[in-house]
Design a protein around this ligand. Structure first.
Ligand SMILES: *[C@@H]1O[C@H](CO)[C@@H](O)[C@H](O)[C@H]1NC(C)=O
Length: 463
């Protein structure tokens, strides 16, 4: 009798344990959720559902008033506090270097010439779900019969379409070896540059993914390739997850892999790095304490923008000096974290002041700092994670490619990449370049895109 009671009790305890594990660990963490339905929310002001579907040509215009006001503010900048002795960028952007850049912006940045430079590609705007979306649309000039591949390419924060100005001419030229070219559609993300920001909460990455799909459809492409870095990568990854029938192939230079399985693997790797990461690359992720300290050291902006974006934006929308320091610090460290030890932030090694300031103009002129910064609050909200799109592997019908630049913030081996990019057909380890690859090493990125897309085209031809 005693044995029976004991036996039944043990059985009940085991059943309860199994239930608790299933209910509180397995279901919330490891079960792959269903694809969410993203609603066609009206994000703009103005009358709901009065959509004007026309596509209007658009030109970048820096008005005299804006330039006069900007120059005045630049020249009246209060002298920033000098950096500490022997310090370059370790306490934040070096203010001696900043002074040089502000002077350049006020006196040498030829805004008329830059306006022309920025207008070298055709710009357009069209209204989707109440938001005017700005985009570059560059069609290659090719002989008939030459294959042309429609490509949506998305930037991130604190970038803009300015990042793509050296990349576009390469992509839109017929590749000597592969014999095809891209038709490039490069939008400003909603809230960035000359695209409107939402007037109500909730425009996160999955909602932007829907807007971007509708943009491509509006332009006339039901199917297309996608490419992205930074937030752009997170959005194109969400597009490939939610709309596999529209995405012919994906290329990213900052893979977004954040499935529960991935976290488990990374955790296991902290005990046994070689089990997770290929030889020679262990120090890119381990020891986890060093990696997380680095992330912690560099990501205060992310926490701020994910929680109180509007507060920081007041100052940065009012002061070009503040805006330049905040954004250029990211371009320096994102390109190479060793540049923290360079007094000039290493900015001129890969970029010109003109192109860096062009990018600042995309925040200053449309006064979009706040609406752009809010992508962190919306993209990292619990509501966004509850959609569960990060947990869903991309359908095997969508071939994916990853370009790994050595100075990118995060590094994943292939078996982790496949947690999300289930049909990984191409991965390249490039020998130089960082987070802003499109702007820093455009020829390398373009070549890798051509190579990857060629593999995808061949796969498709075989079927
Ligand atoms: C993080 O910052 C602290 C304080 O500046 C510094 O001592 C430390 O070396 C940094 N760690 C990493 C991994 O970057």
């Amino acid at each position: 009798m005693l044995w029976l009671i004991l036996g039944v009790s043990v059985l009940i305890i085991i059943l309860i344990a199994v239930f608790l594990f299933y209910r509180y660990i397995y279901v919330p963490w490891f079960q792959i959720p269903a694809l969410p339905e993203i609603h066609e929310t009206w994000w703009g002001a103005g009358e709901e559902n009065k959509e004007d579907v026309s596509i209007m040509p658009f030109k970048i215009h820096f008005s005299e008033e804006v330039i006069e006001d900007l120059t005045d503010r630049l020249q009246r900048t209060r002298t920033p506090t000098r950096p500490l002795q022997g310090i370059q960028q370790q306490y934040g952007f070096n203010t001696d270097t900043l002074k040089t850049i502000l002077e350049y912006w006020a006196t040498k940045y030829d805004w008329k010439a830059r306006e022309n430079h920025l207008n070298q590609f055709p710009h357009f705007r069209t209204s989707i779900q109440g938001l005017n979306i700005h985009f570059l649309h560059v069609k290659p000039k090719v002989p008939e019969q030459t294959p042309v591949i429609p490509l949506l390419i998305l930037h991130g924060w604190p970038g803009s379409v300015v990042e793509f100005y050296k990349l576009i001419p390469i992509l839109t030229k017929v590749h000597e070896r592969y014999g095809y070219a891209f038709e490039v559609i490069a939008p400003s993300l909603p809230g960035f540059g000359f695209s409107d920001g939402a007037v109500k909460p909730g425009l996160g990455t999955c909602e932007i993914a829907l807007l971007m799909k509708k943009l491509m459809l509006r332009i006339g492409h039901e199917t297309f390739f996608v490419q992205g870095g930074d937030w752009g990568s997170i959005i194109v990854t969400a597009m490939a997850t939610m709309y596999p029938e529209a995405v012919l192939g994906l290329h990213t230079n900052m893979p977004d892999v954040s499935t529960p399985r991935t976290f488990l693997k990374i955790l296991i790797g902290s005990l046994w790095p070689r089990f997770v990461i290929d030889e020679g690359n262990e120090e890119k992720l381990y020891p986890l304490s060093t990696f997380s300290t680095h992330v912690w050291n560099e990501s205060a902006y992310l926490h701020m923008q994910a929680t109180k974006p509007d507060t920081i934006s007041v100052g940065l929308n009012d002061s070009p000096a503040g805006l330049a320091a905040y954004i250029l610090e990211k371009f320096s460290t994102g390109t190479n974290k060793d540049y923290r030890e360079w007094e000039d932030a290493g900015l001129l090694k890969k970029y010109t002041y003109d192109e860096l300031i062009d990018n600042l103009m995309f925040y200053w002129v449309p006064q979009c700092f706040a609406t752009a910064a809010r992508i962190y609050a919306e993209g990292l909200s619990s509501r966004q994670f509850a959609l569960g799109v990060n947990k869903i592997p991309i359908s095997k019908t969508v071939p994916c490619a990853v370009a790994v630049f050595p100075n990118e913030i995060i590094y994943y081996p292939d078996w982790i990449l496949r947690d999300k990019y289930a049909h990984l057909v191409h991965r390249a380890n490039l020998n130089n370049g960082g987070h802003f690859a499109a702007m820093e090493v455009p020829a390398k990125l373009a070549e890798d895109m051509f190579r990857a897309m060629e593999k995808m085209r061949r796969l498709k031809a075989k079927k």
